[in-house]
Design a protein around this ligand. Structure first.
Ligand code: SIN
Length: 303
């Protein structure tokens, strides 16, 4: 049997398949279906300093081979997360990543500081949410914004720091470089691509926020391309995500350069997806005589 364990920024994962932030809440609903220790890790819903109700509905729209969301970072706030979810999450036997966001850099620093005094394993700095008016992707689309957010949060963050990058940029490698220079320990990519649907009868956008973030199978080739480009630019470990639905997709993302993967949209239609993907990945490794999942990372042989 192949060794499924991977290590990212000094943190050991039992396998490289992580439930992505947003689709998995804080894990409780899924724990009724399977033990969460089957997952490599959980990236919790983006958490802010104050509670947020998120955007008005409708905030989900179907698209061919994917979906648009404009949730708007609905979450109970960092204090409630630490008090109500973290003690339970800690007992689930998997790596706990706290995804954090904020209206301002100061907000994100304060959230990082509060979490640094807890036993979360890693912090994932979300500078790439396209659905909020203040903060979010505004930090992640310029090198200076991404660098400044990373540098400031780094000063307050005592945990391994992952920075989650936006694909809504001209050159993602420049952003990756800027973030690496300011002390990130790892990168995760890609967050969603900004999209829009319109109801042709009412002439209204389907999403109340007008636009939303596209995820799902439609974005997979873009995510693979960006992970490959970033892998060839920086030395940081990469967590790849965007449209992963199968063990073969996970293998492809790792061959592009990812050390681990996150599974997002697939969970919406199949809550068992991350567990099935981990099992399919193991079968793929065994079938190809590959001794360890980590051997896949960056293994593509470009023409
Ligand atoms: C949201 O809550 O709007 C989605 C989060 C994200 O795209 O980072």
């Amino acid at each position: 049997m192949a060794d499924m364990s991977v290590k990212i920024a000094g943190v050991a994962f039992s396998n490289p398949v992580i439930a992505a932030s947003g689709v998995f809440g804080f894990g409780r609903e899924y724990a009724r279906m399977y033990p969460l220790e089957k997952l490599g890790g959980i990236s919790c819903k983006g958490t802010t300093l104050e509670p947020r109700e998120g955007n008005p509905a409708p905030r989900i729209a179907e698209t061919p081979c994917g979906m648009l969301n404009s949730v708007g970072l609905q979450n109970p706030g960092v204090d409630a997360f630490i008090r109500d979810s973290l003690p339970w999450l800690r007992k689930q036997g998997t790596v706990i990543i706290s995804n954090i966001a904020g209206k301002t850099v100061e907000d994100m620093c304060e959230v990082a500081e509060k979490l640094s005094d807890t036993d979360v394993d890693m912090i994932e700095l979300n500078i790439s949410c396209p659905n909020v008016k203040e903060g979010g992707v505004a930090f992640g689309t310029t090198c200076s914004g991404a660098a400044e957010a990373t540098a400031q949060v780094r000063k307050h963050c005592k945990k391994p720091l992952i920075v989650k990058l936006s694909p809504n940029v001209t050159d993602i490698t420049e952003i990756a470089r800027a973030v690496e220079a300011e002390g990130a320990d790892a990168l995760s990519l890609i967050n969603t691509l900004t999209g829009m649907r319109i109801d042709v009868n009412t002439r209204r956008p389907i999403l109340r926020n007008n636009t939303g973030g596209l995820s799902g199978a439609a974005v997979f080739p873009i995510a693979v391309r960006m992970v490959w480009q970033v892998y060839n630019t920086v030395k940081l470990p990469i967590i790849g995500m965007g449209g992963i639905y199968s063990g073969r997709d996970a293998a492809e993302m790792m061959l592009a350069g990812a050390a681990a993967v996150q599974v997002g949209a697939a969970v919406i239609t199949n809550p068992y997806a991350p567990v099935q993907i981990a099992s399919e990945l193991e079968q793929y490794l065994d079938g190809h005589g590959i001794a360890a999942a980590s051997e896949l990372t960056g293994g593509v042989q470009p023409w």
